[in-house]
Design a protein around this ligand. Structure first.
Ligand SMILES: Nc1nc2c(ncn2[C@@H]2O[C@H](COP(=O)(O)OP(=O)(O)O)[C@@H](O)[C@H]2O)c(=O)[nH]1
Ligand SMILES: [Mg+2]
Length: 306
């Protein structure tokens, strides 16, 4: 295939937290490259997943949700999301069918009016259509298009897969002609260490209650490929208080053990070989204000300034 026949471009997925951006990215890629939980603000940095659609290569940029940020970390997350949108060839705004045009969506549209690049297509994807009746979808489609000049609207269920192929085909035609940006078989451009840390953070987020997941971060400190084909991965879970350490460890360390087992199983599937995973919990009261921690998440520390 020559460069004249191929197309490639960046597609930014934006929307409120929990809209289903990471779920859509994973479905497009056909593998789990971005972590998904039912809790808001699961995605922190920008995650790139690569999908092929015929002769087009689509580089999806999953972004942290757009919301009213309060903490430094939150501000850096929102900034990362807007940067992802600004750099993209096509922007896809995801909204939830059952929630409709919320205040949060309204705020995103207002910001988008200012930030939209010259000639940059913006598509609307109404997600979670499995949760509502058809007539409601029609009304919401009309209402959204009255509010904003979308280039196209898609009704999808990222989880069930409805409408996703239509969206993929449309994106494939919209990205500019040109050579592919990544090897054909690459599915993500996040370093393996970061993917490994994210998998553990997902298991922690699913297991821990309330606010705790928002106050911890996971980093891969060691990665050693062994002669027998297995890999030893050492990770640190940073928490802000002694009390949190106790909760993360659980009684006799059973919580960390369960998290480690779940993460290891997923890592083995992802990497295709045996994994020895070692988790350590470290109390670091100030990690939410440390530039190094932001770097590890792929976020810009300065973007978090108030
Ligand atoms: N019912 C339904 N749930 C969905 C759909 N897509 C995503 N979800 C769920 O919505 C929640 C948030 O999804 P996620 O992809 O993490 O959202 P993000 O914050 O926008 O990245 C998860 O619990 C998903 O399983 C869908 O099409 N239908
Ligand atoms: Mg997400």
């Amino acid at each position: 295939m020559t460069d004249e026949e191929t197309r490639a471009g960046f597609v930014a997925l934006i929307g409120e937290p929990n809209a289903g951006k990471s779920t859509l990215l994973n479905r497009m890629v056909g593998a789990k490259v971005s972590i998904v939980t039912h809790k808001v603000q699961t995605t922190r940095g920008r995650v790139r997943g690569i999908a092929m659609a015929g002769a087009s290569q689509l580089v999806f940029v999953d972004t942290p949700g757009l919301f009213q940020p309060k903490r430094r970390l939150d501000r850096a997350m929102v900034a990362a999301a807007w940067t992802g949108a600004a750099d993209a060839d096509v922007v896809v705004l995801l909204i939830e069918a059952h929630r409709g045009l919320t205040e949060g969506v309204e705020a995103i549209l207002t910001a988008l009016e200012e930030r939209r690049g010259e000639g940059q297509p913006v598509l609307l994807a109404i997600n979670k259509i499995d949760r509502v009746e058809a007539p409601k979808l029609l009304a919401l489609t009309e209402r959204m298009n009255e509010r904003y000049a979308f280039d196209a609207t898609f009704l999808i269920s990222a989880e069930k897969g409805h409408g996703v192929e239509d969206l993929r085909a449309d994106l494939a035609a919209r990205v500019p002609a040109g050579p592919w940006l990544y090897p054909e078989d690459q599915i993500a451009d996040l370093p393996l260490r970061m993917i490994a840390a994210e998998i553990t953070r997902e298991k922690l987020t699913l297991r821990l209650h309330q606010e705790l997941p928002y106050q911890l971060t996971v980093e891969t400190e060691g990665w050693e490929d062994r002669d027998d084909g297995s890999v030893r991965i050492d990770q640190v879970i940073y928490v802000v208080r002694d009390g949190h350490k106790g909760i993360v460890l659980g009684k006799k360390g059973e919580t960390t053990k369960a998290v480690g087992q779940a993460a290891r199983a997923e890592l083995e599937e992802f990497l295709g070989h045996r994994v020895h995973l070692f988790l350590q919990v470290r109390v670091r009261p100030g990690w939410l204000e440390e530039a190094e921690r932001f770097d590890a998440m792929g976020l810009d520390f300065k973007d978090g300034e108030a």
